[in-house]
Design a protein around this ligand. Structure first.
Ligand code: PMP
Length: 438
């Protein structure tokens, strides 16, 4: 693969951007090669500045569920741009988007729009603390909830990758990053994902001090790890009994594993829900929402402060409304399920043919192929997988025109633009790549 232009662009970028990137995982540190610089993307394909084209399973880390550059979304953006780029004042399109979100999620009565998932979760925990008058938050090891101070504790994917490279493990209850005050990290109690006993023990140890339980209802920042049977239901029950706020971070799973997210798929309602990625249609937009009695504590109705100059930006809101409209079309989620299933089955078979042991975790259109023969149910399991083999597999796939997330801790994202032929080509590439790394 020729990548002279990307190589030059990366060394240029490294002179002015820390690590040459604006978000760590983009630097390809998890696969020990240099990143490709992107020129454009269309449908299921992404093209780098050297002219190489790939079938893309990163999808901008989740938002591009319709595929890249969907004409209806571009059209909505063009129409919005022509009217001005930001007003710092309310627009009707924001109300329309809030209504779409409320229509999709039974548990959401009111919504606030923000610009990133980090902001959404940061404010959701502030609300939970204000609502309960308590300080502690329970989070699950390997779940990522953005880079706010309180939540950079055992934080999955990007952080795990950086930590692994520093040869340090995740430190439950301790900051995952220098610069996070340990006093703040100490307010976050970390328990293993899918472990209800640990949640029970946390409540036992910190009686009447836990404001909320924060969880990715489908974990997708340690690769994809589905909730065990009954896990989400039990978290709901524990929070009800303990009068704690149940916060589902559906930044990845929202509008992804079903239109109404994990809450629709598993039939469990959260008190507060965080959304991002897909709802922005590829633009910077995120949201949180939930019960009116909690949401009305937000300023200007209540005293809990949160604000944003670009919150509900008209261009992002237009992309969001167009994206959610398209997702309401019939068969959307059946198609995503079918494509995800075909890819998952194909990858498993290809690995078996090459005598490579893998565990494939999939929920709808997000999946992970872990290099292990054991079940993967939590972050400790993920950390026992064969990372060196993943790196070889990643490089072999890239050379064959398949762009996977450059880290063993990330998911594959399937979009509506991925065709049967794309999946067949991917499986063929995987057959060769598994052999190359066996
Ligand atoms: N929550 C989850 C579950 C995420 O996956 C992410 C981003 N990967 C975030 C929160 C933070 O979102 P953002 O990057 O938009 O700040």
């Amino acid at each position: 693969m020729v990548n002279h232009k990307s190589t030059a662009a990366f060394s240029h970028a490294c002179r002015v951007l820390p690590g040459g990137v604006n978000s760590p995982v983009r630097a390809f540190g998890g696969v020990d090669i240099e990143p490709l610089f992107i020129e454009s993307a269309q449908g299921s394909r992404i093209r780098d500045i050297d002219g190489n084209e790939f079938i893309d399973y990163v999808g901008s880390w989740g938002p591009m569920i319709l595929g890249h550059a969907h004409p209806a979304v571009l059209d909505a953006i063009h129409r919005a741009v022509d009217k001005g780029t930001s007003f710092g004042a309310p627009t009707e399109a924001e109300t329309e988007l809030a209504e779409r979100i409320i229509g999709a999620f039974e548990s959401i009565q009111k919504v606030r729009l923000v610009s990133s998932g980090t902001e959404a979760v940061m404010t959701a925990i502030r609300l939970a603390r204000a609502f309960t008058g308590r300080d502690l938050i329970v989070k699950m090891a390997g779940c990522y909830h953005g880079h706010s101070d309180s939540l950079l504790v055992a934080a999955g994917s990007g952080v795990a990758e950086a930590e692994r490279r520093r040869s340090a493990g995740a430190n439950p209850g301790l900051p995952s990053s220098p610069g996070v005050p340990s006093a703040l990290a100490a307010l976050t109690i970390v328990v293993p994902y899918n472990d209800l006993d640990a949640v029970g023990a946390a409540f036992e140890a910190h009686r009447d001090r836990i404001a909320g339980v924060l969880v990715e209802p489908v974990a997708a920042n340690m690769g994809v790890v589905p909730p065990a049977e009954g896990y989400l239901e039990s978290l709901r029950l524990i929070c009800d009994l303990q009068r704690a706020v149940l916060i589902f971070d559906e930044v990845i799973s929202g509008f992804r594993v079903a239109f109404g997210g994990a809450q629709e798929r598993y039939g469990v309602q959260a008190d507060l829900t965080c959304l991002g990625k897909i709802i922005g249609g590829g633009l910077p937009l995120a949201a949180f929402g939930g019960k009116a009695e909690i949401m009305d504590m937000l300023a200007p109705n209540g005293k809990v402060y949160q604000a944003g100059t670009l919150s509900g930006n008209p261009i992002a809101t237009a992309a969001a409304n167009a994206t959610l409209e398209l997702l309401t079309q019939r068969d959307t989620y059946d198609r995503l399920e079918a494509t995800g299933a075909a890819l998952g089955t194909g990858l498993t078979q290809a690995a078996a043919e090459a005598d490579v042991r893998v565990t494939l975790n999939r929920v709808g259109s997000i999946l992970s192929c872990f290099f292990t023969d054991r079940p993967v149910r939590n972050f400790a399991d993920v950390q026992t997988t064969d990372i060196a083999r993943f790196k070889r597999f990643f490089t072999a796939m890239l050379e064959r025109g398949i762009y996977l997330a450059p880290s063993a801790y990330e998911a594959m994202f399937v979009s509506l633009a991925h065709t049967e032929q794309d999946v067949e080509r991917t499986i063929q590439a995987a057959r060769e790549s598994f052999k190359a790394c066996s």
